[in-house]
Every structure is written in C-alpha cells, then in structure tokens.
Design a protein around this ligand. Structure first.
Ligand SMILES: C[S@@+](CC[C@H](N)C(=O)[O-])C[C@H]1O[C@@H](n2cnc3c(N)ncnc32)[C@H](O)[C@@H]1O
Length: 273
C-alpha cells in the first residue's frame, strides 16, 4: 500500500509539522507499521489517507502516525555527568540569583518515557539541600502520546534503570512481580508531563518561562532550519542566566550564537545572558 514515493511524501509533511527528518533507510522498518495504522483507521489506499493527514482531518490519526515514527530511546541517568553539573553548579547559582519563594522551573523537551526528568528529581532528592531551600517545578514534554502515557505510569524495565545508583533504586522504586521497576507514587506526581510539539511555538509559550531546559538527543533527528527554530524558542522561554543542556553529539554553537558556552569538566551547557 505504501510505496517509496508515498513514504517520501508522508515524511515531507511530517518534517514540516515536527522538524523530524526521517531517513529513507527507515522505509523497510516503518512501511509495515505505517500500513497497520492506515488499516486500523479504515484506509485501503494511500491517497485518501494522505488527503486526511495533510489537511489535518483526524487528530487521532496524526497522533498515531507521529507515535509510529518517533525514536524514544532513553534511560535513567543517561550522560550522568550532566545531572552532576546541574546539581553542583547550575542550580546552586540559579538559587542564589532568583528571588526566594520563586520556584526554579526545569523543562525536559523531549522527555520521551520520563527517565530524564525523573533522573533530575532523583538527583535533587539525593542532594537534599536545594529541595530544602526552595521549590522546583519539573515539566516533561514529548510529541509522542504513548511515550507520555508511559512516563506518567512510571514503570520501567531493568535495562532502563541499570544506571540508577543502588541506594536510589532501593528507596524510590518498587520491584514488581513481572521484574519491572515502578516509581513510588509521590515521585510519579512530581513531573508535569504533556504532549507538546516543540515546533509549535504557541504551545511552547503556554508552558511558561524556565530556568533550565534539557533538550537531549532530539535535535540530531532535525535539520538545520528546525534546529534553529527550536533553539530560538528555547532562548525566548529561558529566563536570564538560564541554561540549556544538549545531548553529547549536539552543539548549540553550530545552531545559533545567542548563548554563552560554559565548559565544566565533561559537561557543556549554554547560558542565556
Ligand atoms: C531519543 S528520545 C530522547 C529522550 C531524552 N531526552 C534522552 O536524551 O534520553 C527523542 C524524543 O524526541 C521526541 N520528539 C521528536 N520530535 C519532537 C517534536 N517535534 N516535539 C517534541 N518531541 C519530539 C520523540 O518522540 C522522542 O521521544
């Protein structure tokens, strides 16, 4: 049902809507999955599906297609040194700068299935003093509604939690009879998860302003124009002296020049002056 030409057309619309550049090499893997979605939604030919997709006739169809093409790979304490720099350097500095009583707001865009914002929450709990001194708000967004549902459920495979320090695993997870690990209830409630497209500037603005933004391992799937758009949205959303963390394969200097680069040990982060 889905030829290479159809796939190209579909990828083009997805790119314009989300910034995601889908490699043509993924055709063989994605073809059966996408065809399954088309069948589920009652389409027997690409033309009628594509008409409805392009003209946004069915939000549930659009969401299902996006859920199919996203790559959600993540795990707890991925690039752990970044969380250490956040806790030892970036948050103490922001704590000094911000008026007492004002919460420090941290955004994970994208959060995928939640491991990243929960790793920040666990790092804050482990350190303890910052949490005693002020409130923090954690927001996690992703375009993939299935990933966000999993983040809210807070149930993880042994592989996903393998880098969680043992004392934190012991204290904040319950091992289930199926071998998976479930976060304790209060932790599930500390992150506000939402389905949001980072390319949708209005929706991003509605999230409010932030002190820290984690944007790791998403921009690698974007092209230069979309990366720039997202970087400028983050610049707008960040409060002065706020910081952005990117994945280790990503560099803000290759995207925009509005941030000051800070190197601290292995970590690089970008500050809005
Ligand atoms: C590889 S995961 C990265 C997760 C986490 N930040 C990490 O580094 O472990 C990439 C995520 O980006 C999300 N994504 C892709 N395009 C997006 C967009 N336009 N808006 C929001 N999320 C998007 C995907 O759904 C996927 O869950």
């Amino acid at each position: 049902m889905l030829s290479v030409g159809d796939f190209r057309k579909l990828c083009d619309v997805i790119y314009r809507r989300t910034g995601i550049k889908i490699d043509l090499k993924r055709y063989d893997i994605l073809k059966p999955k996408l065809e399954k979605v088309l069948t589920q939604f009652g389409y027997s030919d690409f033309r009628s599906f594509f008409h409805d997709f392009r003209f946004e006739k069915n939000p549930a169809l659009i969401q299902e297609i996006l859920n199919t093409v996203t790559i959600n790979e993540t795990y707890f304490f991925r690039e752990k040194y970044q969380f250490e720099t956040l806790i030892s350097e970036v948050l103490p500095r922001l704590h000094q700068l911000r008026p007492t009583g004002e919460p420090i707001r941290i955004l994970c865009a994208p959060s995928s299935t939640g491991e990243e914002p929960y790793s920040i929450a666990l790092s804050l709990l482990d350190e303890g003093r910052l949490l005693d001194a002020r409130d923090f708000e954690l927001v996690g967004i992703d375009i993939d509604s299935v990933a966000i549902a999993k983040a809210r459920a807070g149930i993880y495979t042994p592989r996903s939690v393998q880098h969680v320090p043992p004392h934190l695993l012991q204290q904040y997870f319950i091992q289930r009879t199926d071998g998976r690990y479930e976060l304790v209830d209060f932790l599930k409630g500390v992150v506000n998860f939402q389905v949001v497209n980072v390319m949708d500037r209005q929706a991003m603005r509605r999230l409010g302003r932030f002190d820290v933004i984690f944007c790791r391992n998403m921009l690698i799937y974007f092209d230069e124009i979309s990366r720039r758009e997202v970087a400028m949205t983050f610049y707008e959303l960040l409060k002065p002296q706020g910081a952005v963390f990117l994945g280790h394969a990503e560099s803000m200097n290759r995207i925009v020049s509005v941030f000051r680069t800070v190197r601290s040990g292995e970590t690089i982060y970008y500050v809005k002056e």
